[in-house]
Design a protein around this ligand. Structure first.
Ligand SMILES: Cc1cc2nc3c(=O)[nH]c(=O)nc-3n(C[C@H](O)[C@H](O)[C@H](O)COP(=O)(O)O)c2cc1C
Length: 207
């Protein structure tokens, strides 16, 4: 049974992906991380620019891991410290040829991050993406050059599926076991006119 209640059948990795707030504090196999980056690498991008770069720190290298953890907003640090690996994402804001601004660089990074997350799910891992990062600290710590912009972070690891205990147990249970919700397809896909839902399958046949 898939985790996410879907209206239409989808790939298993899509149905099973979620963003955990608790990871098992264990190392992620190097080969699996390599597979996730391979998946990210094969994302489509405008003009095949591939405007994404990633910085990786692994749990087993504790100095490196701590340094990257400190680049997250405090609220994210509290749970991301359990992850097996942390990743920072960066975009190249200009096209390599011609140097014009790349309006869709962030779109392309999002797509690469989604590939990463879905590959991780297929490997039994999960990814929790974060916008809550300290951008100026990342730029300074990792000496991000002019023309490149840090954007987000990814916490990667094996989700901790045990019963939550301790002072925030109730809040965690609520977050983890609450209903998984999305806007219905009819609210986000329009046909001939803005606001007029496109029809699929049964609803199409009925109309
Ligand atoms: C670009 C982006 C930024 C996010 N930033 C944060 C964040 O800073 N902290 C956090 O706890 N979750 C963050 N999330 C996770 C979202 O809250 C989560 O994906 C959303 O609630 C849907 O839940 P799901 O991923 O389990 O389906 C972020 C997700 C994305 C894609």
């Amino acid at each position: 049974m898939s985790l996410n209640p879907v209206e239409h059948p989808v790939l298993n990795a899509i149905a099973d992906r979620w963003s955990p707030y608790r990871f098992e504090p264990r190392v992620v196999e190097s080969e699996k991380l390599g597979q996730c980056f391979e998946a990210a690498r094969w994302a489509a991008s405008s003009y095949n620019e591939q405007p994404w770069s990633f910085l990786l720190s692994r749990r087993e290298n504790s100095d490196s891991f701590q340094r990257m953890l400190m680049c997250l907003m405090e609220a994210n640090q509290t749970w991301a410290e359990q992850a097996g690996a942390l990743v920072l994402t960066v975009i190249n804001t200009r096209f390599k040829r011609g140097g014009k601004p790349n309006r869709v660089a962030l779109h392309d990074l999002g797509q690469a991050s989604a590939h990463f997350a879905l590959q991780a799910t297929a490997l039994g891992l999960q990814v929790h993406q974060m916008g809550g990062v300290n951008l100026s600290k990342i730029r300074h710590e990792y000496e991000i050059p002019e023309g490149y912009e840090p954007q987000t972070a990814l916490a990667v690891g094996y989700p901790d599926l045990s019963e939550p205990v301790g002072k925030s147990a109730e809040e965690l249970k609520e977050r983890e076991s609450g209903p998984r919700v999305r806007l219905p397809v009819h609210e986000i896909v329009f046909g001939d006119k803005w606001g007029s839902s496109a029809k699929f399958g049964d609803s199409e046949e009925a109309s």
